[in-house]
Write a protein that binds this ligand. Structure first.
Ligand SMILES: C[S@@+](CC[C@H](N)C(=O)[O-])C[C@H]1O[C@@H](n2cnc3c(N)ncnc32)[C@H](O)[C@@H]1O
Length: 279
């Protein structure tokens, strides 16, 4: 466990209310982005004997998937969130996976033991200093080791975020999260990502866009109930006058209903699959 945490705001959020909501709704949050596991794991090319590090592992779905592939090796999931790590360990025990461990650490500064593969599913874009963080992940990889991470591209290509924001804007001009800076779009500028990786000693850097459905729920009622309780939605509502909130929620419900289909409620999403080899 790390002695040092430099990502204090992230630690406060993920070790607090945000992390608790994710831990309480672990499977739903996983279902939302599980369609990205296939391109992530394809890029990681995990071998049976590999040691794998999963950065920002959350409730550990990708860590456990990696451990299943590294059947004669090992997977370590690290995250800032105590409640999410607790769920991750409990699910591993339920599933009888023994070659997996979870630890609370700030991946930007933790002095990791050497591994063969570093993976991250939407957990490597919040670092306060993205360049320093990738340098640290580079130090964690043996020469020839592989990095594979996925992160959102930009706001315009991510309907799961634009549609929710538009539904709840209620006439407000909401500030867009920056691209290529800490946050959901921290890995959204391929030029910057390439520069950080090259400076961190990576070669054979590839950045490919993947578009996958983002799952909100099994049907409109299910999706609305979940979405209305998420912290970003609650935050957008709290910024509105109290008498404007019911109409905004109705907009959200209507948007969700418009995306309902027999297979569930899905919105469009787009992420970069970033792969590189440690020189
Ligand atoms: C969007 S969630 C993704 C969780 C998980 N990878 C998944 O796909 O379900 C982002 C995660 O990154 C973690 N995180 C953010 N900054 C971190 C840091 N500096 N070190 C370790 N984990 C971090 C958060 O605690 C959170 O669990």
């Amino acid at each position: 466990v790390s002695a040092e945490f430099v990502n204090r705001d992230q630690a406060d959020a993920w070790d607090g209310d945000e992390g608790r909501h994710w831990a309480d709704n672990a499977r739903r949050y996983n279902d939302a982005v599980a369609a990205y596991d296939e391109p992530l794991l394809a890029a990681a090319r995990i071998q049976p004997g590999d040691a794998v590090l999963d950065v920002g592992c959350g409730c550990g779905f990708t860590t456990r998937a990696a451990a299943r592939v590294a059947s004669a090796g090992h997977a370590l999931g690290v995250d800032l969130s105590t409640p999410m790590l607790r769920v991750a360990a409990a699910l591993a025990a339920d599933e009888g996976i023994t070659n997996v461990d979870f630890a609370r650490a700030d991946a930007q500064v933790e002095p990791f033991a050497l591994v063969d593969v570093v993976i991250s599913r939407f957990g490597a874009m919040f670092f306060a200093d993205l360049g320093a963080a990738f340098a640290n992940l580079g130090r964690a990889l043996r020469p020839g080791g592989r990095l594979a991470v996925v992160g959102w591209t930009d706001l315009d290509r991510n309907e799961w975020l634009t549609a929710v924001r538009e539904s709840l804007a209620a006439g407000r001009d909401l500030p867009a999260p920056p691209v290529g800076a800490p946050g959901p779009f921290g890995l959204g500028d391929p030029d910057r990502t390439r520069a950080w990786l090259a400076a961190a000693g990576f070669r054979a850097i590839t950045i490919d866009e993947a578009r996958r459905p983002f799952r909100l729920g099994a049907d409109a009622d299910d999706a609305f109930g979940f979405m209305a309780a998420t912290l970003p939605v609650r935050g957008l509502l709290e910024g509105l006058a109290e008498d404007a909130r019911p109409a905004a929620l109705e907009q959200l419900r209507a948007m969700i209903r418009a995306h309902e289909a027999p297979a569930g409620v899905h919105l469009g999403s787009s992420a970069y699959v970033i792969a590189a080899i440690k020189a």
